[in-house]
Design a protein around this ligand. Sequence first.
Ligand code: GLY
Ligand code: MN
Ligand code: MN
Length: 434
Amino acid sequence: MRHAPIDSQLFVSNRKRLRALLPPGSVAIVNANDVLPSNADGTLAPIPNSDLFYLSGIEQEQSILVLAPDAFDPNQREILFLREPNELLETWEGRKLKKDAAIKMSGVTQVKWLGEFETILRGLLCDAEFVYLNSNEHKRAEVVVETRDARFVRELQQRYPLHSYRRLAPLLHRTRVVKSKLELELMQRAADITNDGLRRVLNFLQPGVMEYEIEAELIHEFTRQRARWAYNPIVASGANACILHYNENDQPCKKGDLVLLDVGACYANYNADLTRTFPVSGKFSKRQREIYQAVLRVMRASIAGATVGKLHRDWTRESKLMMNEELLSLGLLKKSDIKKQSAETPASQKYFNHGLGHALGLDVHDVWQQAEHFTEGWVLTVEPGIYVPKEGIGVRLENNVVVTANGPVDLTAKIPVEADEIEELMQRAARGRR
Ligand code: GLY
Ligand code: MN
Ligand code: MN
């Protein structure tokens, strides 16, 4: 665990919120993620299971959390099962959680070794009515490998075929989308680290710098602040910025071009998801500035529009219509294009060909339910863009905002976004280099 310790109250209250959604007689079980193989005897870097972390703060592989709020034995209402540490494991893999550390971390008072899991679970299931099992459910996730949770679902149903099984995911989506104060503090930390990384880039960026050198500046800052990448960074100069998921990051940043950075820090598993577009030479051309200002206006208006009670679909539609007007002024759309648009495909789609934003949290594209209206505590990215490949210009700006009863609160407000401020910071850095 690289991040600073987290107040276990965060996880205690998350479990409480989930318990409130479970019907009487339920048992809910959440597994850690598998450590995935790569090549030969290699493995990919372990990624904690977001739901397990949300409910327990535990990041260690093979861990299992069992919640049985109505168990007859009060000591069995919350149990965390962990790998039993031993000398060999510690020599090869490092320290594993001891029981007292896991209790402190999670606030779960009953921690057992995995060897006891089968017997205790059998006892709990004899008394249970409903078994809530977890699954990774995201409309864009095309999962072709069997996850640890999926394997567990299959095996448990074979062993206990007569129980009534239910999906835990929709309940977790409802609770996870609303962030608590402690979660928002961690998200603010992720945003602040991202700010420090981007300011470092503003000091460093000049013609001839390679895209991967910018990546190196950012990860230096993130790592020294106990964070990691929230997702593969996009550092896209010139027309590369028009490739939405560009991440080769292997080209030189050329004089007169823009460079688009879609980068975020992940701190304590909470993510920032940020985009800025900077002029490589420290000054926007007239045309670049016009396009930049159009995107900035749409971002600002869309931030203001992220209010309690709104549906994501309506929020997006409003921004796409605003973008129509901007694209008309930029000469990129004609009135006739707008007349021809359909309700599903606004004319602006030609230059702003992705969503306006998404829920953000323990996952970058966080879990949420599209039929739900925004409520206090939702965190959204707001990320309009204009991409004009024939002009070699791609501009996207992306901030992270919290929906509150008093209007949106921008976690990323400190990150320079005004064109004048960006130019000033870059020109000051250039003077310092001379
Ligand atoms: N960086 C991924 C996204 O903006 O959604
Ligand atoms: Mn992004
Ligand atoms: Mn995003």
